[in-house]
Design a protein around this ligand. Structure first.
Ligand code: WTA
Length: 655
C-alpha cells in the first residue's frame, strides 16, 4: 500500500507507547476520568488548581468573562506568589529542605534551604523598598543563571512589584527597549559572567543601557566575578551583598495581591517584530503553573528537579521558579554551558544531585545525540523518573534516543506544548495515564480545548495541517495591562473569533495537525517568528538590524536545522556594486550581535539576487526554510518569482 503521508498523519504515524508501568504505579495523577470530569465541570474544575495554593482571601468567582477575551480568573481572591513559593513550606516543616541547588560554571556549589531562601528574599525585598520600589513598580532583572535571579524575582513578588527579566545575553539596545517599555524603576544586574573560563563584562552592557534611559534609576549589582575583578559602582548603584547584609533579618510581610493583579512582565516576539510586553496575573498564573507542575511533571514536595532553561524565558519563570517552588520541590540551577568543562557535565549534574525530573529542549537532546550515548551511559541515572521536552517539535528519532539512552525506557516523556502567552503547559500527555506518541505533543490537558482550523477558521479533520487555536480560556493565560489590549486583541484574538457572536478563539500563531486520537503535533510557526534554541525572535527585529547595514537592501531570517542543531540563517540581498561579500557578511554578523545579542548570531549569511516573495510582496519564509532543511517546496504557485527557488538552492549549496 502506498502511504502518501496524510494517512500516517491522521493515524498519528508512529507507534504509541504505554507509560512505563513502574512510573504509572507511583504516578500522582491516576484518575482516568480526569479529562471527562474537567470537561463536564468546566470552568469550576479549575478550583482544583487554585486549591494547590494558599490564599489570603478566598476568591468569589472562578472565571469572569464580562470583558472577554480579557478573562479574569479567581476574581476577588488575594494571595502572594512569594509566600506561596516559600513561607508556607516553612510552616509545613520544610525549613531545612533544600529549595535551590546551584552549580556554577567554575564548579562552585551553593545550596539554599527554604529557610535560607526566605531570609535572602526578605532582605532583598527590604532593600528594594528602601530604594523606593513600591507595589506595582517594575524592576528589571538582567542577570545570568545565578541564585540571585530567582531570589530577586521572588523579592519583587513579595512586595507586589513586577519583575521584568531580560535575558543576560541581550545587547544594551535590547535591554534599553525592554526597560523603557516597562517603565522600570530599578535594575538588578551583575558585574560580569564567565564564558568558557574568561570574564565577560555584564555591567558595561547595563551601564550602556542606563546611559540611554531618560531618568536615572537605582541599580543593584551582584558580584559574580569575585574579588579579583574590581567593579566601580556609580552614583545610585549598590552592591547586592552589602544590601543583603544590611537588611539581613528584615521582616517584610508579603503583600496580598488581587488574583488579577500582574505578577510580572516578560517580552516575547510577535509578528510586529518589536519585542512585545506580555503580562501574567498573579492568581491564574500561579494556579496554572503549580497545577501543571503536579499533573504534567508529576512533581511532589521534596522531589528534585532540573530544567535547563534560562530564567530570561518563560520556561525559566514557570518551570524553574514558580511551578516547582510552589510545589515545594528542590530545584537544580546550573550556570553555564552543558559542554563545559566537558560533555559529562549534564550527566554528572543528574547523578550528583539525584535529579528525578529533567526538562529540556529538542535542540539540547540533539546535541546529546551528536556527542553520543557513551556520555549518559557513563553515569548513574537511576534517580530519573520523568523526562520533558519543550520549545520546538521533537522528531520521533530524537524522542526515541531520549527515551532509550537517557530514560532507560523507564521514564515517560512529556512533550509539552505551550507559549510565553499561555503561561503554562496546555498540550501534553498525562505521564501516568496517556499513551505517548513520539513526535506528537499530545492531547490538550484536562480543561483545555484546542482545534486545528483552516484560514477561515473551520475545524479541519484529522491529518490535515492547519492553524492551532484554543477555544476556551485557561487560568494562566496572558493578562494584558490596559495599554496592551489593542494589539493583544489584534495579534491573538481577532483572526479566528466571531466577535458578534461573542465567541472567542485564541490563535497561537502555530501550524499544527491533529490525529484521530486527538494528539496534536505543532509543526512550526505560521507567523514571522523564528524559534532558535527555544528563544523566540521576531524576524522583523532581526531584519531591521541587518538592513541597517550599509549595502544591504533586503534580508530574511529563518530557523533551520541544516546541521542537526536549530540555528539562525540569514538570506540577504546586496546593492549591485557591493562585491565585497565577506566584509558584508561580517558587518551583518556584527550588527546582529550588537543590536540583539551574541546568542542570535546567524550560522550562515547567504546572498541571493532576490528573496522569494508572494504576489502581495511578503517574504515567503517557507521557501527559505525548505532550502535550509533541504525540503523542496512543491507548490510554488503563491510565489511572484518562482524561478528564485532553483537559484536559492544553488547559492545555498555553494555556501
Ligand atoms: C513552539 C516556550 C512543538 C511553538 C514555552 C510555540 C513547540 C513556541 C512546543 C512558543 C512543542 C513550544 N512542540 N513546538 N512541544 N513547545 N513550541 O513563547 O511554536 O518561547 O508557539 O514558549 O514554541 O515559544 P515561547
Amino acid at each position: 500500500m502506498v502511504d502518501d503521508g496524510s494517512d500516517s498523519l491522521r493515524r498519528g504515524g508512529v507507534p504509541k507507547r504505554r507509560p512505563p508501568s513502574q512510573f504509572a504505579r507511583g504516578a500522582t495523577v491516576t484518575d482516568p476520568e480526569l479529562r471527562e470530569r474537567f470537561a463536564r465541570e468546566w470552568p469550576d474544575c479549575w478550583a482544583e488548581s487554585a486549591a494547590l495554593l494558599e490564599w489570603t482571601e478566598p476568591y468569589d468567582e472562578i472565571l469572569e468573562d464580562d470583558d472577554a477575551p480579557f478573562y479574569r480568573w479567581f476574581v476577588g481572591g488575594r494571595l502572594n506568589a512569594a509566600e506561596n513559593c516559600i513561607d508556607r513550606h516553612l510552616e509545613a516543616g520544610r525549613k531545612t529542605q533544600v529549595a535551590l541547588r546551584w552549580e556554577g560554571k567554575r564548579g562552585e556549589r551553593r545550596t539554599y534551604t527554604y529557610h535560607d531562601l526566605h531570609r535572602e528574599v526578605s532582605a532583598v525585598a527590604a532593600a528594594l523598598c528602601d530604594l523606593g520600589v513600591g507595589e506595582d513598580d517594575v524592576v528589571t532583572c538582567y542577570l545570568p543563571k545565578l541564585p540571585e535571579l530567582p531570589i530577586a524575582m521572588l523579592a519583587c513578588a513579595r512586595i507586589g512589584a513586577l519583575h521584568n527579566v531580560v535575558f543576560a545575553g541581550f545587547a544594551p539596545d535590547a535591554l534599553v527597549e525592554r526597560m523603557a517599555d516597562t517603565d522600570s524603576s530599578a535594575l538588578i544586574t551583575c558585574d560580569g559572567a564567565f564564558r568558557e573560563g574568561t570574564a565577560v563584562d555584564q555591567k558595561r552592557k547595563a551601564d550602556a543601557a542606563l546611559a540611554d534611559l531618560e531618568a536615572s534609576i537605582p541599580t543593584v549589582v551582584v558580584d559574580r566575578l569575585g574579588s579579583d575583578h574590581e567593579t566601580r559602582l556609580g552614583p545610585d548603584q549598590y552592591d547586592y551583598d552589602a544590601l543583603v547584609e544590611r537588611f539581613d533579618g528584615a521582616d517584610v510581610p508579603p503583600v496580598a495581591r488581587a488574583a488579577t493583579d500582574p505578577l510580572f512582565h516578560i517580552h516575547t516576539s510577535g509578528t510586529t517584530g518589536e519585542p512585545q510586553r506580555m503580562t501574567h496575573a498573579t492568581g491564574g498564573y500561579l494556579a496554572g503553573t503549580a497545577w501543571t507542575t503536579r499533573t504534567v511533571f508529576d512533581l511532589s514536595p521534596g522531589d528534585t528537579y532540573w530544567c535547563t532553561a534560562d530564567l530570561g524565558w518563560i520556561t525559566g519563570h514557570s518551570y524553574v521558579v514558580y511551578g516547582p517552588l510552589a510545589r515545594g520541590a528542590t530545584v537544580v540551577l546550573a550556570e553555564g554551558s552543558l559542554r563545559y568543562p566537558d560533555r559529562h557535565r549534564p550527566w554528572e549534574l543528574i547523578e550528583r544531585n539525584g535529579v528525578e525530573v529533567f526538562y529540556t529542549t529538542p535542540g539540547v537532546i540533539r546535541t546529546f545525540m551528536k556527542w553520543g550515548e557513551s556520555f549518559p551511559a557513563a553515569h548513574d541515572r537511576s534517580s530519573l523518573r520523568l523526562l520533558g521536552t519543550v520549545g520546538e517539535p521533537i522528531g520521533p528519532d530524537t524522542w526515541e534516543w531520549y527515551y532509550r539512552h537517557v530514560g532507560d525506557e523507564r521514564c515517560p516523556i512529556v512533550d509539552t506544548w505551550w507559549q510565553t502567552e499561555t503561561g503554562a503547559v496546555l498540550l501534553s500527555t498525562l505521564p501516568g495515564l496517556d499513551e505517548m506518541k513520539p513526535g506528537a505533543a499530545g492531547p490538550p490537558l484536562p480543561g483545555i480545548e484546542a482545534q486545528v482550523v483552516d484560514s477561515d477558521g473551520r475545524e479541519l479533520p484529522p491529518g490535515e495541517p492547519g492553524y492551532l487555536t484554543l477555544t476556551k480560556p485557561w487560568p494562566s493565560m496572558l493578562s494584558p495591562v490596559e495599554g496592551d489590549r489593542y494589539w493583544v486583541l489584534a495579534e491573538y484574538w481577532q483572526q479566528f473569533s466571531d466577535r458578534r457572536a461573542d465567541t472567542w478563539r485564541y490563535f497561537t500563531g502555530d501550524r499544527a495537525v491533529v490525529d484521530e486520537d486527538g494528539y496534536v503535533t505543532a509543526t512550526g510557526r505560521a507567523d514571522d517568528v523564528v524559534t532558535v534554541g527555544n528563544r523566540r525572535l521576531g524576524t522583523a527585529e532581526l531584519e531591521a538590524a541587518i538592513t541597517a547595514v550599509d549595502g544591504v537592501t533586503e534580508a530574511a531570517a529563518v530557523a533551520g536545522s541544516a546541521d542537526g542543531e536549530t540555528d539562525l540563517y540569514v538570506f540577504a540581498t546586496a546593492e549591485q556594486e557591493r562585491t565585497d561579500r565577506d566584509a558584508l557578511r561580517g558587518a551583518i554578523r556584527d550588527a546582529v550581535v550588537e543590536r540583539i545579542g551574541r546568542f542570535a548570531e546567524p550560522a550562515a549569511v547567504v546572498f541571493t539576487p532576490e528573496l522569494p516573495e508572494t504576489h502581495s510582496g511578503k517574504t515567503m519564509y517557507r521557501v527559505l526554510e525548505g532550502v535550509v532543511d533541504d525540503e523542496r517546496l512543491e507548490d510554488t504557485e503563491p510565489l511572484r518569482n518562482p524561478e528564485i527557488v532553483g537559484e536559492l538552492e544553488t547559492v545555498w549549496r555553494s555556501e
